[in-house]
Design a protein around this ligand. Sequence first.
Ligand SMILES: Nc1ncnc2c1ncn2[C@@H]1O[C@H](COP(=O)(O)OP(=O)(O)O)[C@@H](O)[C@H]1O
Ligand SMILES: [Mg+2]
Length: 298
Amino acid sequence: MTTIETLPSYLDQTPEVAARFARLVERPVALEVKGLTKVFDSSRGAVTALKDLSFSVHKREFTCVIGPSGCGKSTLVRILAGLETATSGEVLVGGKSVSGPGPDRGMVFQGYTLFPWLSVKENVMFGPKVSGTSSVAAEREARQWIDLVGLSKFENAYPYQLSGGMKQRVAIARALANQPQVLFMDEPFGALDAQTRCEMQNYLLEIWKNVDITIVFITHDLDEAVFLSDRILVLDANPGRFREMVEVPVSRPRSNDQVFEPLFGATRKHIEHLIHPPGREQKEAPVMRIAKPDPDVI
Ligand SMILES: Nc1ncnc2c1ncn2[C@@H]1O[C@H](COP(=O)(O)OP(=O)(O)O)[C@@H](O)[C@H]1O
Ligand SMILES: [Mg+2]
């Protein structure tokens, strides 16, 4: 029987997985982050959110970024998207330096960011129309993206008529409609219930398979990170900095049953130890006792 103690090492890649990683690093670099530092001036004084962070992501790679709350994940993704400027360092997308938002990068956030007064189709057409695509062509393209996320029947619906998962599928279609090279996702499924979240993870892997896109996905959920990624960038907090880039040894295509595989568990455990080192567990908060101790209720 496999127990936590007898788990294999997360470094035990099968020859097939090792070959996939060897091919992956041969691909062109889609995103390069060099010495990124971000210091916020706040009422509490200067807060260093990110310190000298460097990493790169290859074309069509699926990378998750994980770390404790407050380690600078959202700050990182905002800088990558060009919504925030770095204090120092550089971000390159397709070899070009990022200096503001651009159509080469798409964003999906946790909060539902659709325009409530526009239909599904109009939301997806919005980006291409702003960048000069004619209405007819934008509508044709929008249908294709809406089809891809499985919402053809809802193209004329308004956001308030959709479930949380459907809204996030529209948000993905809207981001993809601008044909970005890299898609940044900041905890996009964080507000969904467990079942919908699982469905959305499977959807996203299908989309990633079918669209020429590189994905950088922020999450604080270990299972989600291992299930989705090729590699996981683990950050340390205070200040947010590089801890480790973990190659996920779980084979592809992924299926939900792999969660029970020893290698999945080993990878998950390794990352958990990086984020919460054993021996540094937080003390339990004292709880006032208002019932008699019961040996069966422990
Ligand atoms: N606009 C801001 N002004 C001041 N401090 C900020 C600002 N945005 C984020 N921070 C600080 O930077 C750190 C990283 O925040 P954030 O990127 O939101 O972390 P995460 O997404 O990993 O939880 C935190 O200490 C947070 O308080
Ligand atoms: Mg965040």
